[in-house]
Design a protein around this ligand. Structure first.
Ligand code: 5RP
Length: 233
């Protein structure tokens, strides 16, 4: 799929989800290239009179919203949201997701959890039978990285999984999230039981959040070549 086609599909998924947005809504705005398409469409609606207030999941989303005139607030001012629209890296059965390809998973999960409903926008390439081909992003604090990695390896073993744990960006230039943390990408290949694997993962001191979003999304708008499919949980 070339970049132009891919952007068109992302925009179609975003346009379908935008139909859920009503006047007066408090909107969680996720992060990533699909959400960027949403922000562009949202900005047009706002210019035409749509009255919403958004909470962005990343500095990048905030910047684009500010640039295009989408009004923003914070979860401190507006702790409960009506709807959150976000992208995903993988979408499996029951709308179990891997997110965090853009390193925004922590804020994305906080926003999704603060929202009455989460809907996902994606192109068809994100739909999988089993999660895990996309490396699972895990946000960790910078302090004690080596020790956290050892505990993560033990967690993999306990769950019958194996795979490389890769510091995103490498030791020379690690990626730093909007929250000042690092990302470890767990290259697992497959996560047959995401719910079981997620259990206890965040209990490891040093782990801030993981990119498994389970029982959060209610609906996904998935754009394919001929139509936007709606997947419900
Ligand atoms: C960022 C995310 C994104 O939603 C995810 O990576 C999908 O991004 P894109 O729409 O660019 O494919 O989780 O942390």
């Amino acid at each position: 799929m070339n970049a132009q086609m891919s952007a068109a599909l992302k925009s179609e998924a975003a346009a379908a989800a935008l139909k859920e947005v009503r006047n007066g809504m408090r909107l969680g705005i996720g992060s990533g290239s699909t959400v960027n398409e949403l922000i562009k469409l949202l900005a047009k609606e706002v210019a035409a009179g749509l009255d919403i207030i958004g909470v962005p999941a990343s500095e990048a989303s905030a910047q684009l919203c500010n640039q295009l005139g989408v009004p923003l607030t914070t979860l401190d001012e507006t702790p409960e949201l009506d709807l959150c629209i976000d992208g995903a890296d993988e979408i499996a059965n029951e709308l179990a997701l891997i997110k965090g390809g853009g390193a925004a998973l922590l804020r994305e999960k906080i926003i999704a959890t603060a929202s009455a409903r989460m809907v996902v926008i994606a192109d068809r390439s994100k739909v999988v039978d089993t999660l895990g081909k996309f490396p699972l992003p895990i946000e960790v604090v910078q302090f004690g990285l080596g020790a956290t990695r050892v505990k993560l390896e033990q967690h993999l073993k306990t769950n019958g999984l194996s795979g490389e744990l890769v510091l995103r960006g490498g030791a020379e230039a690690p990626v730093v999230t909007d929250n000042g943390n690092f990302i470890i990408d767990a290259h697992l290949g497959t996560i047959p039981d995401p719910e079981a694997f997620a259990k206890g993962l965040n209990d490891i001191p040093g782990v801030v959040e993981n990119g498994l979003f389970i029982n959060l999304a209610m609906r996904a708008y998935v754009a394919g070549d001929d139509r936007v499919e709606i997947i419900e949980r």
